[in-house]
Design a protein around this ligand. Structure first.
Ligand SMILES: Nc1ncnc2c1ncn2[C@@H]1O[C@H](COP(=O)(O)OP(=O)(O)OP(=O)(O)O)[C@@H](O)[C@H]1O
Ligand SMILES: [Mg+2]
Length: 261
């Protein structure tokens, strides 16, 4: 696994997200963008439904450095998943901005957001979210296929990552026939295939027994410390949170604490 810059500037000064041009006007030009992977600025999310109005996020501000491993903790309903979904552009905020590699993602149109999401962000969910009717290998290759990577290249990368995660021999099996820990490793491999800028993990150990959860966590830690990946992980496990570089506590949609561990 190697770190490769995903955004390349061409001679005209435009940046590409895998072939898609991003105008300089949507980027923040600062020295910070070389060391900052993510900036969340005044981010708010309000859900209005028949059941009432919920302020899920209330003016959240923080930045994450490249290579940092950050845990997000807080009680149930405090806004952790909502925050991760906004950072990953799975949903739009009511107010505020998210900058990834200096790109103001919500200033992009929906199709560019989809491209950006596929190329710059890797997701890992509590329930694995794998496609069970196809093989492990095809699951892992999928983000590569979507981003236009050649079949040969996505195959090579997927196999390399699966082998690095110790499940190369499972490539041709269906995910449903694997153990929980193995399925989560498939999800990690899938999250990495496009060399994302940020890996977002929402309770990645939540469905695993203690030992398997620790193994999966150790893998994320290795990714962060050895391969300098930027990782943001939601967890209810205080011990795992303390083992990350930094813990941000959320309560009622606000940052309550932000501590370096
Ligand atoms: N689609 C939605 N529509 C309406 N309200 C929502 C929606 N999604 C989340 N909420 C509300 O927003 C608040 C934050 O929810 P969120 O899922 O972010 O919490 P969480 O911290 O991830 O909780 P948990 O630890 O239980 O996963 C909650 O009050 C929740 O009920
Ligand atoms: Mg949640």
């Amino acid at each position: 696994m190697r770190l490769v810059g995903l955004l390349n500037r061409d001679k005209s000064g435009m940046r590409h997200i895998s072939g898609t041009m991003v105008s300089e006007s949507v980027r923040t030009e600062s020295k910070e963008s070389s060391t900052t992977a993510l900036t969340v600025s005044n981010l708010s999310k309000i859900y209005d439904s028949t059941a009432g109005r919920v302020i899920a996020l209330d003016k959240i501000n923080f930045s994450v450095k490249k290579g940092e491993f950050v845990s997000i903790v807080g009680p149930s309903g405090s806004g952790k998943s909502t925050l991760l979904n906004m950072i990953g552009a799975l949903d739009r905020p009511t107010m505020g901005n998210v900058y990834i590699n200096g790109i103001d993602i919500f200033s992009l149109d929906d199709s560019m957001i989809a491209t950006m999401r596929n190329n710059l962000i890797g997701f890992i969910f509590q329930s694995f979210n794998l496609i069970n009717r196809t093989t492990v290998l095809k699951n892992v290759k999928l983000p590569g296929t979507i981003s236009g990577m050649s079949t040969g290249k996505s195959h090579e990368r997927a196999m390399k990552i699966l082998e690095a995660l110790g499940i190369g021999d499972k490539a041709n099996q269906k995910p449903v026939n694997l153990s929980g820990g193995q399925q989560q490793r498939v999800a990690i491999a899938r999250a990495l295939v496009n060399n994302p800028t940020i890996v977002l993990a929402d309770e990645p150990t939540g469905n695993l027994d203690t030992k398997t959860g620790e193994d999966v966590f150790d893998m994320l830690k290795t990714l962060s410390h050895k391969y300098r990946r930027t990782i943001i992980m939601v967890t209810h496990n205080p011990e795992l949170a303390e083992s990350t570089d930094r813990s941000i506590s959320i309560r009622d949609g606000r940052i309550e604490k932000d501590v370096t561990n």
